[in-house]
Design a protein around this ligand. Structure first.
Ligand SMILES: Nc1ncnc2c1ncn2[C@@H]1O[C@H](COP(=O)(O)OP(=O)(O)OP(=O)(O)O)[C@@H](O)[C@H]1O
Length: 745
């Protein structure tokens, strides 16, 4: 932060003035404290031209609860200058409600709509607390601001730097990815304010020598409900345990937690609940116009493409469920040239790249595809015109945060949500949560089908085919993993059609491993998804990484009936007689409830088989290669001819293979028979010798029995477990053989 050069005398003078200012501020704050539990918004603004601050020499100060301008608050001159330079003059409601309580040192739970200015509502108390404590470099960490994502932390850091420009505190951004942790370790002990993601902070607590926060004065949890949820529990609890209990704690979010156990974890002291928009008619900004459309899963890309093509002059933020979907839609749409720049952001991108994409998007009309990594807190500088949710969010809070990327700070914005028919219940949930969303229908004349173009692309770009397969699998997995089973039911999706809509010439093989208990039934995909590599749930970069086991591809609690995608040979439809579900089977699966649908729009000649590794092998790729990029125009005759020849070849090879296999089996049986017979001969010889030396008849009988047991089951009737042992030799045959041997010798 700015440190202009000053003489010693000037410095002393400034210090004295500062001390005086602090004293006055403290008196002001103390004397005009708002009542605990009161809502400052209920108080009217100060009369115009009213005097502010110390009104009389005997210590009468102006009220600061209910005021509407920053310069009417008991805050330092440095902060006021910072605010003024950043052009913040009038307070927004969330700031008016929170600041009077926060400035007098109270713990706070602040809930206010997205884009309502919560960042300043905690940045100002941070600066003021340290200022009033006359915090210096030697005092170490005085404030920690925890954010759930890197972007959000970086954004908060920017606001802090802007508004705190005239203070002399040092502030550090600890988010990982940007700088090596070793570089941070050298400097982190000199920082007064840390803005960080939980994982990185914990890393410093664990690894950085002498790193300590025992002097901490104020702790901020931004997007508190997210930071407090289970994904961060493993990181947040050890962090909190290392912080001093006597501190001020401020929690902010658009969807706030009130769970007692969450608050107990933070040891809050009589927190104030600031719920700025709780009583209002809508939970989302009033300037936001929200629509929902029912779109079958297989029509989503058509709809999205058509939407983009008709909104070329907007900035559109598009939410998809998984990184692989983002990658696929971005790459595929890019190749189809929609006429507007397309960008994407997901958790696996480097921090620099993400920041770059983020600022390019703000700069120019474009489409930004993203996962929930951008769901919360990010302020796109009021640039987003549309938020389009192609995939239904997990829950209502998630919806609120996503749409909150537009219509910020009282500016207009629009949002569109696609729901599959089985997700329609979400509309009810949104209405219950005071979200005014209109059900609309697409203008069918304007909807452009693109599955043909996508199919053609996948033939021309085999790499894209792999991306499409992964998008397909990860989407199904994400739907299955959702907790709200009333809304998310993967069995209700038309999987064949969905696969075709991505341009996939063949539905990626999904294996249903039938485990012993119904609860343990899992899907497995033939597509190799490396553990950890494909975990789309960890897209939130600050979230702890989870190792994904292969078995976990579609979750652990899958019920057998829930997901009746049976291995099924192509062309046989849903043959339920195939019970061997553990064995990977080639071909398309069908839902128990659905008939196999042949997709009409899938271009002929582009069907691809998958090898044992799940890699696509396109039998018609050579023929298809001649097709143009946007159209697969295969010669019908050439294709039939190709199939005919291929069929003949396959039949020939098949016949020969069967012959060889039969021969091998016969030889094997013969060998086994001879071996058994030899064994029998040896036993008989041994028996004979024993017989000679044996003293009793009883012993001989026992050995006979043992010899027979080698070939027969316990019953000695040629049946084993109720099955006939076809490989065994009859008793008569054996006795005849033994007799022969004896007579031969
Ligand atoms: N007092 C103010 N006057 C004018 N603009 C403001 C004021 N306070 C905040 N803003 C602007 O409003 C926008 C939203 O602010 P902010 O990002 O703090 O919202 P938020 O409530 O934290 O949103 P979210 O819940 O999405 O995180 C920002 O662009 C910010 O610069």
């Amino acid at each position: 932060m700015g440190r202009p050069k000053k003489t010693r005398g000037m410095k002393k003078q400034m210090r004295l003035a500062e001390e005086e200012e602090i004293l006055l501020l403290k008196q002001w704050i103390e004397s005009q404290k708002p009542d605990s539990g009161s809502n400052p918004l209920a108080l009217g603004p100060l009369p115009e031209r009213a005097k502010v601050g110390k009104l009389q020499e005997d210590g009468v100060f102006s009220r600061y609860a209910g005021v509407t301008r920053f310069d009417q608050l008991p805050i330092s001159d440095k902060t006021k200058r910072g605010l003024k330079e950043a052009k913040f003059v009038d307070m927004l409601d969330s700031q008016r409600a929170a600041l009077p309580h926060a400035l007098c040192g109270r713990d706070l739970l602040g809930a206010a709509r997205t884009g309502s200015g919560k960042t300043l509502a905690f940045v100002i108390p941070v600066l003021e607390t340290l200022h009033k404590e006359r915090w210096g470099p030697e005092d170490g960490v005085g404030c920690i601001i925890i954010s759930p994502t890197r972007e959000l932390a970086a954004q908060t850091f920017t606001v802090l730097n802007k508004v705190g420009k005239f203070h002399k505190f040092s502030a550090g951004l600890l988010i990982g990815g940007r700088e090596g942790v070793d570089v941070e370790k050298e400097r982190v002990n000199e920082m007064n304010i840390l803005v960080c993601a939980p994982g990185r902070l914990l890393q410093h607590m664990d690894e950085t020598p002498n790193f300590e926060c025992s002097n901490l004065k104020i702790l901020i949890l931004d997007e508190a409900d997210r930071v407090l949820d289970s994904a961060f529990k493993g990181q947040l609890d050890p962090i909190i345990s290392q912080l001093p209990k006597r501190r001020q704690t401020l929690l902010f979010s658009a969807t706030q937690t009130k769970k007692v156990k969450d608050l107990a974890r933070l040891s809050l002291r009589d927190p104030e609940y600031i719920s700025v928009h709780a009583e209002s008619v809508t939970a989302t900004p009033t300037t936001l116009s929200q629509s929902v459309m029912i779109v079958p899963v297989e029509k989503k890309l058509d709809m999205l493409w058509s939407f983009i093509r008709t909104h070329l002059n907007d900035r559109i933020l598009v939410f998809l469920s998984t990184k692989k979907q983002v990658k696929f839609v971005h790459e595929a749409f890019n190749k189809l040239r929609p006429g507007i720049p397309l960008k994407s952001i997901h958790g696996k991108m480097s921090q620099e790249k993400r920041m770059g994409v983020y600022s390019q998007f703000i700069d120019k009309q474009s489409v930004l595809f993203c996962t929930d990594v951008l769901e919360r807190g990010l302020d796109f500088d009021q640039a987003v015109d549309w938020v389009v949710q192609v995939d239904c969010p997990d829950d209502v809070p998630s919806y609120i945060h996503r749409v909150g990327r537009t219509a910020r700070c009282n500016t207009p914005g629009k949002s569109l949500l696609f729901l599959t028919p089985s997700e329609e219940k979400m509309v009810e949930r949104l209405h219950e949560a005071k979200i005014p969303i209109k059900l609309i229908k697409a203008n069918s004349d304007k909807v452009q089908e693109i599955s043909r173009q996508l199919a053609s692309l996948l033939v021309s770009f085999p790499d894209l085919q792999t991306v499409a397969q992964r998008a397909f699998i990860t989407y199904l997995r994400s739907i299955h993993k959702r907790r709200d089973k009333e809304i998310f039911d993967v069995t209700k999706l038309s999987i064949e059609d969905f696969s075709a809509s991505l341009g996939l010439p063949f539905t990626p093989r999904i294996r249903f491993a039938n485990l012993k208990t119904k609860k343990k039934g899992v899907f497995e995909s033939s597509i190799d998804i490396e553990p950890g590599n494909d975990d789309d749930d960890d897209d939130n970069v600050a979230a702890p990484r989870r190792v994904v086991k292969r078995k976990d591809l579609l979750g652990d609690d899958l019920e057998e009936e829930d997901f009746a995608l049976r291995p099924n040979e192509e062309g046989k439809g849903g043959d339920k007689s195939n019970k061997d579900e553990g064995v990977p089977m080639p071909g398309t699966r069908v839902s128990k409830n659905k008939k196999l649908k042949i997709s009409q729009h899938r271009p002929s000649g582009t069907r691809v088989k998958f090898d044992e590794e799940g890699n696509p092998v396109a039998p018609l790729a050579v023929v298809a290669a001649s097709a143009t990029e946007t159209e697969v125009a295969l010669d019908e005759e050439a294709r039939n001819d190709y199939y005919k020849k291929l069929g003949e070849q396959l039949r020939k090879v098949d016949h020969e293979d069967k012959k060889v296999e039969k021969e091998k089996r016969r030889e094997k049986r013969m060998k086994a028979k001879i071996k058994r017979k030899q064994g029998d001969m040896e036993e008989e010889e041994e028996e004979e010798g024993d017989e000679r030396s044996a003293s009793s008849e009883e012993e001989t009988g026992r050995k006979r029995k043992r010899a027979k047991k080698t070939y027969f089951d316990d019953n000695g009737d040629g049946e084993e477990g109720g099955k006939i042992n076809t490989d065994s030799v009859s008793i008569a045959e054996l006795e005849e053989m033994a007799l022969k041997l004896i007579t031969q010798s």
